[in-house]
Ligand binder design. Sequence first.
Ligand SMILES: Cc1cc2nc3c(=O)[nH]c(=O)nc-3n(C[C@H](O)[C@H](O)[C@H](O)COP(=O)(O)OP(=O)(O)OC[C@H]3O[C@@H](n4cnc5c(N)ncnc54)[C@H](O)[C@@H]3O)c2cc1C
Length: 419
Amino acid sequence: MLKGKGICVIIGLIFGFAVLHLAFPPAQHGPRTTGAVMLGGTAFLLMTCSIILSTRLEALEDWFGGLDRMYQVHRIAGVFAALTALVHFFGVPKELPEAVDPIANAVAPSAPLGMLGLIFLVIGLFIALNRKIRYSRWRPTHKVMGVVYLLIIGHFLTAPGIFFERFSASGIVLVLAAIVGLVALIYSLFGMNKRTALPFTIESVNALERATEVVLKPIDRMLEFKPGQFAFVEVEGKGWNEPHPFTISSAPGEDRLRFTMKVLGDWTRKVREELEPGGSVQVRGPYGRFDAIKAGERQVWLAGGIGLTPFLSMLRSMGKGDARKIHLVYAARDERDAIFLDELKQRASELVNVTLVPLFSDEGNFARVDMIKRRLPDPLGNYDYFMCGPKPMVEGIMADLKAEGVSRNRIHTEAFEFR
Ligand SMILES: Cc1cc2nc3c(=O)[nH]c(=O)nc-3n(C[C@H](O)[C@H](O)[C@H](O)COP(=O)(O)OP(=O)(O)OC[C@H]3O[C@@H](n4cnc5c(N)ncnc54)[C@H](O)[C@@H]3O)c2cc1C
């Protein structure tokens, strides 16, 4: 579920625009045209919000609860933009109002630009939502959405004045949105990767069970981060393509930066097979708001497989006087699959406030609320929950916890995917 200030701002913006458009319409139309034009403006505002969210601006993370949440809202805003644009298209009457000069309208590019924009928007959305397309192929095609945005700006700026009046109240909102959206688009496409990039040297590449630990030594200075945060890792060299996000599994204060990467696709396989000590890596970040420090005293950390990485950092950074009582539930297929199990056992024995609860599915123990409940000394409602792992696991546990009466505010999740 999504929460936060950012969502309220988006809803407030759409609502404010609708009120302005209805209270001070650019022209006297029937309700159908007024409504259809308003939905067109709404679609454009949603696209603008979606573009702003793709800038990965750190300031926005607090408003939305982390970069992974920003991408969720980015996606939802895109879907609603396409839906409202479709209703706008079918809603606008095809016969022109009398006040519009048919010759002037025939030469105005508004209609073809809008039509093209809508077609590309719908196609782009189908591609964007298709998880079967490999990320490295998907990403460049997704950038084409920038062209859709330009087409839509062209569409409303050249629309006959009877529909869109630049100096009407709602028209001013759209023009301002277009300016902000264009700046965000340029920044997103060309600027953001230059932000906070720190150079590192690869010190070691350690093969684990179906995962690889990459240990990095800073060249200039160490990245500052909080346990649970992640960063984009970009390997320098041919064929490494785009940066990939990984949670930092070392603790703040260590003199090395560590990432633990599950072997999943081409890039992570290449890390395991080809990455060598001495190579150069750029790290950008930190990002994310998966922070267990400020939550209540009793906490359950739920890690599914590679979802252990944020908790590794949290555990590695925890001091002996920590007042929290933590149950770390670590779900894996079997003991062999549970990477860092020995270290976790060791830490749990050193830190009296941490109880390790391994759940191995091969032994009939699954990451399910009934299994977890049996292993907790207090009722489920007394804990704050932090979860990271496969989507079905996280969603299933979240639904069951809510059904058991745990407040949504006490459940915190980190998604390992942006699309
Ligand atoms: C916030 C966050 C934290 C993460 N932390 C970890 C971690 O600590 N350990 C770990 O093993 N994995 C982590 N991941 C997942 C990791 O980024 C992907 O598994 C990895 O990028 C897969 O790349 P691939 O080419 O090998 O696999 P592919 O099969 O190409 O990709 C698998 C999936 O990974 C995602 N992905 C691929 N490339 C990128 C990219 N460049 N940018 C964003 N997403 C991409 C896509 O959702 C894709 O469907 C994290 C992801 C996110 C979003």
